[in-house]
Structure formats: C-alpha cells, structure tokens
Design a protein. Structure first.
Ligand code: TMP
Ligand code: MG
Length: 211
C-alpha cells in the first residue's frame, strides 16, 4: 500500500482490442487491490460521463458522424479534462487502474490511416503510465466473444490494423499478457504485475508521456 508509506500511487493502464477482457480484468484487479488495503480507483477512457464523453459515446454508437481528426481530438480532450484529477489522486497515494489510455487513442486513429505523429501530438503532456498491461487476444477470437459488433470499431479487419499499431507502440513499460489463457490465470498474472509496480513506483517521480 503506497499510501501507508507516504509514497504515490501507481498509474496502471490496461490496453487491448475490443473484447480482449480488459474491463473484466480491471474489475477483478481492482477488488484484489482493495482487499489488500491498497487505496485504488478504477478509471476508464473514454470517460462517457463528461460532456465530451457523451459526444464520443454517440459517435461510437453510430448516432452521430464526426470527421476522423475531430473524434481523435475529442478522445484526447477526454483525457486532458481528467489530467489534473489524475495527478492529484496519484500524488495523494491512490493507485489508478485505467481501462484504455493514449495508446488506444493512437492505435485506433492510426488504423484509420491518420499519421502516427499527428495522432501522438495531442497526447504529449499527459501523465506517463508506470505499467501498461496489454491483453493479447487474436482479433478473430475477440470477435467470438459476447456483445461483439455493437459499436463502431468492432470489426475484425479494422481490429487487425489496430493490433499492428499497438504492436509498434510497445515500450519498456509494457507487459504483454496472453489474454486467451483462462481468466483466473490472466488474473493471477495481473495481480503480480500490479503489486510489483505499486511497490516499485512509490518513490519514483511522475513523468509525462515521452512522445
Ligand atoms: P470502450 O469499449 O473501452 O469503452 O472503448 C470504446 C471504443 O473507443 C473502443 O473501440 C476503442 C476506442 N477508443 C479510441 O478510438 N480512442 C481512444 O482514445 C479510446 C480511449 C478508445
Ligand atoms: Mg467497447
């Protein structure tokens, strides 16, 4: 528990294709960390509760049409509007488990053909995660999971391009976990990665994304 020793909380991000299991695994990780007495909150992007988030949600539900660059900047703005709260939570000792972040922003927009440098630019200055857990699932396998196809990007051919862009974004903070393993196995791996990260980053300074 970072809070107990006066250290900061960890910024832990889960990334992966649609239906890779991020949301279920974030929830499981969150209750595990809470059970350990660790100050933790579960966040997600897009945060559909803000007014920007509502525009994003309508776009994803195909209820509105937006130009590719416009929606890209809205996703980014949705992170920017939470940046200062994010920083104060982390500095106050709360660990954040975040379902999607800037990597989703870049991978999904780049998969539409937008320039990667252009996609990264609005993310510069957002907080850098201490750990990125990528849940690796084949696009075809993800498509077999329940609820697939409900939102705009849930098409196998598109998700294959997203996966390629995710691959090119991997850096030293990334840990790739095989998301096709049994749920309990994945859960166990995430617990260990998260616990290590939380204890290692207590005395480390918060930094910004290195893009
Ligand atoms: P969700 O299913 O996790 O709520 O995410 C909704 C969709 O939005 C998902 O297909 C990924 C996509 N997305 C982006 O295109 N850019 C972003 O910045 C984020 C956070 C998500
Ligand atoms: Mg979704």
């Amino acid at each position: 528990n970072g809070g107990g020793k006066g250290g900061r909380g960890a910024l832990i991000v889960l990334e992966g294709l649609d239906r890779s299991g991020k949301s279920s695994q974030s929830a499981r990780l969150l209750s595990f960390l809470e059970g350990k007495g660790c100050a933790t909150e579960g966040w997600r992007f897009p945060d559909r509760d803000t007014s920007v988030g509502k525009m994003i949600s309508a776009y994803l539900a195909n209820e509105s049409q937006l130009d590719d660059r416009t929606i890209h900047l809205l996703f980014s703005a949705n992170r920017w509007e939470k940046r200062s709260l994010m920083e104060s939570k982390l500095l106050g000792g709360t660990t954040l488990v975040v379902d999607r972040y800037s990597y989703s922003g870049v991978a999904f927009s780049a998969a539409k053909g937008l320039d990667i440098g252009w996609c990264k630019a609005p993310e510069v200055g957002l907080l850098a995660p201490d750990l990125v857990i990528y849940l690796d699932v084949q696009p075809e396998k993800a498509a077999e999971r329940g609820g697939y196809g409900g939102e705009r990007y849930e098409r196998v051919e598109f998700q294959k391009r997203v996966a390629e862009h995710y691959h090119s974004l991997r850096d030293s903070t990334w840990k790739v976990v095989d998301g096709s393993l049994p749920m309990e196995t994945v859960e166990e791996q995430l617990r260990e990665l998260a616990m290590n990260c939380i204890s290692e980053c207590q005395d480390k300074q918060l930094t910004n994304l290195p893009w």
